[in-house]
Design a protein around this ligand. Structure first.
Ligand code: SF4
Length: 263
């Protein structure tokens, strides 16, 4: 549908505003009650059918209880499967892209393809500082010396700021990505960010994700087929050998395994 960067010329200002004014946000207690009711509803359906709810069924629950204008989809632009699934039932939904300033050119190309191909509004979520400004404040290549601080400034803070007006966000977190993600629920309350968090493809494998992209002609980052099964910022992402842990190319020389968005 479109891509929006409301602050391209004012990067240092608060820069992660949503693409349009958001509808009034319901109180946290009301949203938490919805999480409990939704979790119970999906669990009851699972008990009746003998299988966990599908991604489409999870999104259908969201569509029954939330407006498209009150929810957002987080997307790293490795693939657009989640925006595609969500926009089928919530057309016009905002897709938040954390533009750290360190992405591969192919990732920006994927962002532009998503904005053109899907009925979504891509929102570039910017850090408070440009890369040169961060270099001036903290020295060059902070990602190599203190990646946790770099991620905190370029990913975690911008996401928290951008989620402020929404009632719910979708993520593409999958249980098979890492031991830290093995217990990912379909629907939960995100205490840190103060809104509902929904993970429709939590139960999917990487192969299922890629097959869905092929079957539904969903834009994917070309780097996925060039040895990068998990794609983050260019300085912190290396290609991995076939069959290796897909996330082993992220911060490959460091102990770090998570950027902090989903802890
Ligand atoms: S992934 Fe690397 S470059 Fe990107 S924000 Fe984190 S430390 Fe910085």
């Amino acid at each position: 549908m479109s891509a929006t960067n409301l602050n391209a010329d004012k990067h240092a200002a608060a820069s992660a505003a949503p693409a349009r004014p958001l509808p009034p946000r319901r109180p946290a207690a009301e949203l938490q009650a919805l999480v409990e009711a939704g979790s119970a509803e999906l669990a009851a359906a699972a008990a009746a059918t003998g299988r966990e709810a599908t991604a489409a069924e999870v999104v259908a629950w969201v569509a029954r209880n939330f407006s498209a204008g009150s929810v957002a989809v987080a997307c790293s632009m490795a693939d657009a499967v989640l925006p595609e699934i969500v926009s089928q039932q919530l057309p016009g939904v905002d897709v938040l892209f954390l533009d750290t300033g360190y992405h591969f050119a192919e990732t920006y190309e994927t962002r532009d393809a998503v904005a053109s191909a899907l009925p979504v509004t891509v929102v570039d979520v910017l850090p408070l500082s440009t890369v040169p400004e961060q270099d001036a404040l903290h020295g060059t290549e902070l990602f190599a010396r203190d990646p946790n601080s770099c991620c905190a400034m370029r990913k975690v803070e911008p996401l928290q700021r951008s989620l402020g007006g929404y009632e719910l966000w979708f993520t593409g977190v999958r249980r098979d990505e890492a031991p830290t993600r093995a217990d990912t629920p379909l629907v939960t309350w995100d205490e840190r960010n103060g809104l509902v968090k929904v993970n429709p493809v939590a139960a999917w494998s990487y192969d299922e994700l890629m097959q869905y992209a092929i079957d539904h002609h969903v834009p994917v980052n070309v780097l996925l087929n060039q040895g990068y099964p998990s794609i983050g910022c260019a300085p912190c992402t290396q290609p991995v050998a076939a069959g290796a842990d897909p996330r082993s190319g992220r911060w490959a020389t460091l102990e770090k395994t998570e950027c902090g968005l989903h802890l």
